[in-house]
Design a binder for this molecule. Structure first.
Ligand code: NI
Length: 182
């Protein structure tokens, strides 16, 4: 496995709509190795999610994971999830505002409203259909990663940039829990 280079804000690939992955390409060794590399890259950077455009590949693939960790006791666990060609549908109008960060936007945190609950339809890493209803933090990470596949970043979702904070200041004045990036 390899740790991939992460694209930072300003790289045009982060603003492109990613191409769907043809289902027949899912089982190929190239795709399977790329998914393994995405997982390794996410873990290396202590991320809770990573989308393929963030590693310079404009394909509709994302990985998510939050491991139960003594370092991050307050983060709700999210099982390792591989998503290919995902589609999200909000369940209800209710939104929740919380802090987000992004591996492609280092050293910043901001408060972002997201739907509290969403339905996910996607393909899994073997091409199997995945359908999930998720809420709260898992739903937030899903919305953040699916935005990356549409060329959007969390800054685009902030109605008010007034909460933006550099990491050091955020830790000092606003820290609600462990550091996390998506
Ligand atoms: Ni991100």
């Amino acid at each position: 496995m390899a740790i991939l280079k992460v694209a930072r804000l300003g790289h045009p690939i982060l603003r492109r709509v990613a191409d769907p992955l043809p289902p027949e390409a899912i089982p190929t060794p190239e795709t399977q190795r790329f998914i393994d590399d995405m997982i390794e890259t996410m873990r290396e950077h202590d991320g809770v999610g990573l989308a393929a455009p963030q590693v310079h590949v404009s394909r509709q693939i994302a990985v998510l994971e939050v491991q139960g960790s003594p370092r991050y006791p307050d983060l709700p666990a999210v099982p390792l999830t591989v998503l290919i060609n995902p589609a999200l549908t909000p369940l209800g109008d209710e939104t929740v505002e919380e802090w987000e960060g992004c591996l492609s936007i280092p050293d910043l945190r901001g408060r972002v409203p997201r739907y509290r609950a969403v339905r996910l339809e996607a393909l899994g890493r073997q091409g199997e259909p995945v359908e999930l209803v998720v809420k709260e933090f898992f739903a937030r990470v899903l919305q953040h990663e699916c935005d990356h596949l549409k060329g959007r970043v969390y800054l685009d979702r902030m109605p008010d940039l007034g909460s933006l904070a550099h990491l050091r200041e955020w830790t000092r004045y606003w820290l609600p829990g462990p550091e996390r990036e998506e």
